[in-house]
Write a protein that binds this ligand. Structure first.
Ligand SMILES: O=C(O)c1cccc(C(=O)CC[C@H]2O[C@@H](n3cnc4c(=O)[nH]cnc43)[C@H](O)[C@@H]2O)c1
Length: 239
């Protein structure tokens, strides 16, 4: 069998291609029966699965099911919103936790998350030390990355999320879905986001997408040795 590698899961093809570009080699593109195209590379494979936590969970689970034993790490990656002042536009964020931030119920006393409701996990963590090592290699900020099904578009919601999740660094729409699929396969998970916009009042025209995609390539060009070092250490199964 091939060497063990990481599976990198993005929402859109532009993000997948930014990740693939970091290898410096053209990808070996392989289309799965479900229509997903897996870019197979020397250190990691990359796949774009669509926007949002449901597409992320379904796409990740599909790839993991067709390639048992190929991966030891699943990485949710792409652009994201940054929570100022923890992470600004242009920064790279590595998740200390992948948190489902709007999965739960509203109540008169505020939001109640899925775990508090007794229905499952709200948060997944990378293996001990991996987020910090990867962040050091990439020059990144470490903090919780929130997964939302609805991108934040007001200052009020940004403040509420930051208050509920102290230290929150970034917001995106796939991480918790990727983590749920990885956990079902007992695999370690990580999230890497490059900040294209602040979390807050919606201003799509101000998103710095090309710069964030370049930062994503730079991040993946830098993190290989940190992941390889983690791979060489004894570690437990995850999930
Ligand atoms: O239009 C393009 O060229 C383009 C290229 C790459 C990515 C996009 C996206 O729109 C990706 C959507 C993706 O971005 C994440 N994201 C980014 N900012 C936020 C945010 O403030 N709140 C939530 N999610 C954000 C998210 O993960 C989406 O899947 C376009």
């Amino acid at each position: 069998m091939d060497r063990t590698r990481a599976l990198v899961v993005t929402a859109v093809p532009a993000e997948r291609d930014a990740v693939t570009l970091a290898t410096g080699a053209p990808p070996d593109a392989f289309t799965l029966p479900t229509g997903l195209t897996l870019h197979r590379g020397p250190a990691w494979d990359a796949v774009a699965v669509g926007v949002g936590p449901a597409a992320a969970a379904a796409g990740t689970a599909t790839v993991l099911a067709v390639a048992p034993g190929r991966y030891d790490l699943v990485v949710a990656a792409g652009i994201g919103g940054g929570f100022a002042p923890v992470a600004d536009v242009g920064d790279t964020v590595v998740g200390s936790a992948l948190v489902a931030a709007d999965l739960g119920a509203e109540s008169q006393d505020g939001f109640v998350d899925l775990a508090e409701l007794g229905f499952g996990r709200t948060s997944h963590r990378p293996p001990d030390g991996l987020a910090e090592a990867v962040a050091e290699a990439a020059g990144a900020v470490v903090g919780p990355v929130l997964t939302v099904a609805t991108a934040t578009g007001t200052a009020e919601r940004a403040a509420a999320l930051a208050a509920r999740h102290p230290g929150a660094a970034a917001e995106a729409m796939e991480g918790h879905g990727v983590a749920t699929a990885a956990a079902a396969h007992r695999l370690a998970v990580l999230e890497i986001r490059t900040v294209s916009n602040p979390v807050g009042p919606r201003d799509r025209a101000a998103w710095r997408i090309p710069a964030a995609l370049r930062a994503l390539t730079d991040a993946f060009a830098a993190v290989g040795p940190a992941v390889e070092k983690w791979r060489q250490q004894p570690h437990e199964q995850h999930g």
